[in-house]
Design a protein. Structure first.
Length: 398
């Protein structure tokens, strides 16, 4: 069976069309175009004696290779989707080798990084805390509070040892402020203790090593960059496979719960005006439905039992369809449905759908209702900010 995937738009659902099956829809995935990566990165590199000159050169080659896949380096007033790289080295103390504005091209990286990482220091101390502190200061002065404040911030640590003052407190502070930390343990002589120590520093799922990586360390770091660059605006929640597992698969979809009731038609208009190309939320499958219910139970205020909330399903010209961004055609309801027994009721006025809690276990199911009379809370949906969808800020930019 031949399968072709069409992107309806950067903001809408994917439609998968097979030559002998009806179209199927799927939730949007995060962008994967490294050419359009837009983040601020600080590399923090251990240059103590333990790294060795050969090891330091290997780090330089790895770091340069990570950005060699078309990523736009530096700043460009005509193209906001750019990535900046700062470089910090550390041993007993820390040194700023390049701030976030020094490198304005890939050539700049190659011309400078290999020179900066050509020879280890004379110190056998490896004070990662000092390196992280300098990276924190660099991000605070050249990224936070600037025109790139909404760009995601990443620290990549290359470490050969773990001594000196504990870097754990500062790593927690960085991560709590939204900075993603990627660690690469430069394991030597078969000692893997460093990898486990750096796990206390890294963001979940981003603790790597130069060995036993199936030859794909560059790809792993690039994937971490792409995942970091896929995020939601303030007050929106990113849809992921398991809401309680921060390392579970994340989709390129953001959900916002509105804890103030409205009738369905007003909720549709409200969602359309909350963010660029936003709309009433879809529930294409049980997983998406469960995520929305779990988000109510775990983190959202303004909802109380029995839960009742509008979603984007509605009837148009006799067919049940899902709301989509302005300018895109609604998507016709497909295989998975979640109707309460006896629904949908045949009615010319009950053309909108809401989820209604039907028992004490917080099971919610669909009921059709009047789009102009039944009030309830509701959920909105929009595309995540990522390499395919640049966001001008983390607040409403309609």
């Amino acid at each position: 069976m031949k399968v072709v995937v069409f992107l309806l738009a950067v903001f809408g659902a994917r439609v998968i069309i097979a030559d002998d099956d009806p179209p199927q829809y799927a939730d949007r995935e995060c962008g994967t175009d490294l050419n359009n990566l837009w983040i601020d990165v600080v590399a923090v590199v251990d240059n103590s004696i333990g790294m060795t000159n050969d090891g330091l050169t290997s780090v330089a080659a790895n770091l340069a290779s990570v950005f060699s896949s078309g990523t736009r380096i530096g700043t460009n007033p005509k193209e906001p989707r750019t990535t900046r790289l700062g470089l910090v080295t550390y041993n007993a103390g820390a040194t700023l080798n390049a701030d976030l504005n020094k490198f304005q091209s890939l050539d700049d990286i190659y011309d400078n990084v290999f020179n900066d990482l050509s020879r280890v220091s004379s110190s056998d101390e490896s004070n990662l805390e000092a390196g992280l502190a300098l990276a924190e200061n660099l991000l605070a002065t050249q990224s936070t509070g600037t025109s790139r404040d909404h760009y995601k911030k990443v620290v990549v640590v290359y470490a050969s040892a773990y001594n000196g003052d504990s870097p754990v407190p500062i790593s927690w502070r960085l991560r709590s402020s939204g900075v993603v930390i990627i660690t690469v343990a430069f394991v030597q002589l078969g000692d893997d203790t460093l990898l486990w120590q750096l796990a206390n520093i890294a963001s979940p799922g981003y603790n790597f090593t130069n060995v036993d990586d199936e030859g794909n360390l560059i790809g792993k770091i690039q994937e971490a960059f792409l995942e970091t660059n896929c995020f939601c605006p303030n007050h929106w929640i990113q849809y992921q496979y398991n809401i309680s597992d921060t390392t579970s698969y994340k989709y390129g979809i953001c959900i916002e719960a509105i804890g103030m009731s409205a009738v369905w038609r007003a909720a549709k208009m409200s969602c359309a005006n909350r963010w660029k190309n936003s709309y009433l939320a879809t529930e294409f499958n049980q997983q998406k439905h469960d995520f929305i219910v779990d988000s109510i139970k775990t983190s959202i205020t303004g909802f109380s039992q029995p839960y009742t909330y509008h979603i984007g399903l509605n009837m148009v010209k006799g067919k049940w369809v899902w709301d989509q961004p302005s300018g895109l055609a609604p998507l016709e309801l497909q295989d998975w449905t979640n109707w309460v027994d006896g629904y949908p009721m045949s009615s010319s006025t009950q053309t909108a759908v809401l989820n209604m809690q039907i028992n004490e276990t917080v099971l919610t199911q669909w009921q059709n209702t009047d789009a102009l009379k039944t009030s309830a809370n509701y959920f909105c949906e929009t595309a995540a900010c990522d390499t395919d969808n640049y966001c001008t800020s983390a607040v409403n930019d309609n």
